[in-house]
Design a protein around this ligand. Sequence first.
Ligand code: PMP
Length: 427
Amino acid sequence: MTTNHELFQRARQLMPGGVNSPVRAFKSVGGEPFFTERADGAYLWDVEGDRYIDYVGSWGPMIVGHNHPAVRESVERAIRNGLSFGTPCPAEVTMAETITRLVPSMEMVRMVNSGTEATMSAIRLARGATGRSKIVKFEGCYHGHGDSFLVKAGSGALTFGVPTSPGVPKANADLTLTLPYNDLDAARALFAEQGHEIAGLIIEPVAGNMNCIAPLDGYLQGLRELCTQSGALLIFDEVMTGFRVALGGAQAHYGVAPDLTTFGKIIGGGMPVGAYGGKRELMEQIAPAGPIYQAGTLSGNPVAMAAGLAMLELVQAPGFHDRLAARTRLLTDGFQSVADGEGVAFSTNRVGGMFGLFFTAEKVTTYAQATAADSALFNRFFHGMLKRGVYLAPSAFEAGFMSSAHSDQDIADTLEAARGALREAKG
Ligand code: PMP
């Protein structure tokens, strides 16, 4: 039998850090990653046959659980007709109709192949449409690895202590202005000074790359007003929140319409996909309708569209998001009472089907609080959970994801594991 350790030894010789995406390497929590052989429902099985209840869900897309029969069958039907055509295909039209129906602020949409592509394209559009160069992002928010975004970034960049990456030209970084998340006064001050030079403000409407932090009441509305007044475009990066915190995403949940929206992995149901879209007069400036260039050989790929459409069908079931939110609440309330029972300072955040666990007694609403929580304790807790068959995101700075495949029993088993793991971790 191949072991996780053997595979990781081989992988490290061949791939940077042994992985194709940094957080997978377990560098921040320590130890070595497991290698997944298969996944089904709420579970992953590694090459050694160990099963894990999975709260990462391929970092978001597995909202209906792994290997859902409807998604798999849709893909199986699609692949019989070929893998890629290089011409338009009918499923792209259905996908565009579905997205624009479910997310009304998106009057037109362009499919791409990752969240990174979606955000890079959205800011090019913001710059092209406004004739301005500066963009605003938030400390601890992650929008993929485009040069403009690796400035005070979250996710792996934050985990590994390089929020601003070498290789990003200074000239580029200088055009990215950063603000503290959930501080409307700071945003007002920046816009008062530089609003006329700002092409767009991009935000995760619920931050999911510095653990999970919800916007304070009125915060997104306040940003909407600042953008409208200054002529900057408001861009919601809904790569994590889209179709997850509500059917219509965070913009539906909070009732704030952005000018542009970016989506990623979730609309591919596990296939590599992203999308950006928004107001018609903006999107009509994209090539070939307009002069702002953006393209992709595999964009709108028929197999990816088939997976995404099947998944989007499932999340439209009546009550889907209410059930997902109720399940998430059961889990976070359960974690809280386990931690309280063990006398560990702990708090949680949750919005719809995403959640955050913090080793601090405070209610976390800022980046500073998230980074001040006890990440060493989180790392010990993470390994205690893993040992007990529960896979949480391998970093204190990532959100957790619930799926409709997680049963009450899975949640009860998770909480049982949490009791043991916490007892051990607190030392
Ligand atoms: N935006 C957000 C909010 C994300 O969470 C991510 C990735 N987790 C991205 C963009 C980048 O997406 P991708 O990894 O598909 O390039």
